[in-house]
Design a protein around this ligand. Structure first.
Ligand code: NAP
Length: 307
């Protein structure tokens, strides 16, 4: 039986681990299928306060984990494959082993939705990114491509025009899912070029080990062509990692946890932290802050329960 189990080992989970460990609660962290979370997929993080020269994403999460371990947090590899939150203690099946918890912090994050092309996957962190705020700065005066037709794609494309020489928005349809206001704002931006209806067939160039371009196909005419590009940003949405909790805590239509104030979920004793609930800010620093909030609430909850 554990006092606190934390699902997820990104910025939110590791920060929750640090705080609950320092409160002497000996938390157990289940590191999940993407240990380190989305930061483990980025390179230099320049906007996490306290690192004037920036810090590599994987180093940042590893440091927070080390800091949590110093105070007694334990980590187990693996993912939660089944959960029973209907009564306390909560029960979690971690790849065959059942774990019991008095309090649970869900910090399982949201994974960026990728196109799924092998070339895209190989070049993540080498020109392929899912986060303009994180990586836009590296493409000053370069050619940038943004994939997607929703608000995220518009927001990222507009943001990236601050850096890039030109930003090509590639979308699979001629109509856009983005809200009218965001689409109009993007359309007024003269640095943005529109490439529709088009899909990406391959990100180039895996043999070089970094992005040099993309092979595109017009879905109406079938025409294919190669376009030079330095930064390839995929903005086709995120998928919150909550499938295992479906039907047990309140989720919105897209699967994000619905907050009941602070870090509370619809189940007493279960708290949320980070991108699994946040579809707006999605930053390392806000996730870390949310991890802290969840830890403090879990601590108070356990204290009130007499543990
Ligand atoms: P979204 O609205 O679901 O849009 C995803 C876009 O990616 C769609 O245009 C979709 O194309 C495209 N797409 C999905 N899978 C694809 C694939 N495999 N290949 C190529 N294209 C693909 O996601 P989002 O833009 O991240 O927005 C999520 C939510 O957050 C929305 O409610 C949005 O309004 C909100 N948001 C708001 C703001 C803001 O107001 N500032 C900013 C960001 C996000 P189709 O259209 O053809 O399906």
């Amino acid at each position: 039986m554990r006092n606190v189990v934390i699902v997820g080992s990104g910025c939110a989970g590791n920060t929750a681990a640090l705080y609950t460990a320092r409160a002497n609660l000996q938390p157990l962290v289940i590191s999940g299928h993407e240990p380190g979370g989305q930061l483990s997929l980025t390179t230099l993080v320049e906007n996490f306060p306290g690192f004037p020269e920036g810090i590599n994403g994987p180093d940042l999460v590893a440091n927070i984990r080390q800091q949590a371990e110093r105070f007694g947090a334990e980590y187990v590899h693996g993912s939660v494959i089944e959960a029973d939150l209907s009564k306390r203690p909560f029960r979690l099946n971690v790849e065959g082993d059942w774990i019991e918890a008095r309090a649970l912090i869900i910090a399982s994050g949201a994974s960026a939705r990728w196109l799924g092309l092998p070339s895209e996957q190989k070049l993540i962190g080498h020109g392929v990114s899912s986060c303009a705020t994180c990586d836009g700065f590296f493409y000053r005066d370069k050619k940038i491509m943004v994939i997607g037709g929703g608000d995220s794609a518009m927001e990222e494309a507009i943001f990236l025009t601050r850096f890039g020489r030109e930003v090509a928005v590639v979308h699979r349809r001629d109509e856009f899912r983005a809200s009218k206001i965001m689409l109009e704002r993007a359309r007024r931006n003269l640095k943005i070029r529109w490439v529709t209806p088009a899909v990406v067939e391959e990100v180039l160039d895996v043999t070089k080990g970094y992005v040099t371009g993309a092979r595109l196909r017009n879905v109406k005419t079938g025409e294919t062509w190669e376009q030079e590009v330095d930064g390839f940003f995929v903005a086709i949405g995120h998928i919150p990692n909550t499938a295992v909790f479906k039907g047990q805590i309140e989720l919105d239509g897209d699967g994000y946890i619905i907050s009941k104030g602070g870090a509370k979920t619809s189940v007493t004793g279960v708290f949320h932290a980070g991108d699994v609930q946040d579809r707006v800010y999605r930053q390392a620093i806000t996730a870390a802050g949310a991890g802290c909030m969840a830890a403090l609430e879990a601590e108070r909850f356990l204290e009130a329960e007499g543990h």
